[in-house]
Ligand binder design. Sequence first.
Ligand code: TYD
Length: 225
Amino acid sequence: GGSMQLGWPVSIEGGDGAGKSTQAELLLIRLKATGVDALLVHEPGGTDFGEHVRRLVKGDVERSPMSELFLFEAARAQLVQDVIRPALEAGQVVVTDRYADSSLAYQGSGRGLDLADVRALNHAATGGLMPDATVLLEIPPDQALARVDGSDGSDGRSDDPEQARFEQEPIEFHRRVAEGFRALASEEPGRWFVVDASAAPDRVAQKVWAIVSSLLVLRGISTDA
Ligand code: TYD
């Protein structure tokens, strides 16, 4: 509806190996199949500048936690200005695969930066633009990382040179990130929807769709095309 504040229905969050990208893609297919003009964006990245930052943060270049935070925020600022805001103004439904909450969980809870600092930079980078809701795909870090490195019998992706920095952090780091996400979800239960991501992908997709389709109704967007 025209009176709705600029924003989008949902961001998808979770630790490495939670299956966010798969779920985001399934969601996009579902949105398009129901006639919704939808756009998927993945952080970090989505702009030329953001892709450079993505390579930098995923690589092994030494950096302090605060420098790392600024890199993610820089990529986010560019993405909001060049992609997210114009898409929303054009009436598209945006789905974000990670967004500002990832910085709170990874650079805040994971790296130990002051959450108030992270919030301030999130606000500066986004201009306060936030999704209506955030789906947390929750899976125990041990299980998630086994998916990532293929030790659970899956293909994994450990041979992908891009999958360096964060997935090689110790399990304790990933536990802090997971705790951070959980804390965010319990502090703001009206925005967060926690979904058990250890279930089969199509079950998870059904739950995500149930959440997102009800949010679209609230935005006055029809999904019965
Ligand atoms: P990516 O391959 O996009 O991870 P995923 O497939 O899990 O989305 O790599 C992005 C990595 O960057 C991921 O490990 C999470 C991390 N990250 C942060 O630490 N802070 C942030 O603000 C964002 C957006 C990502």
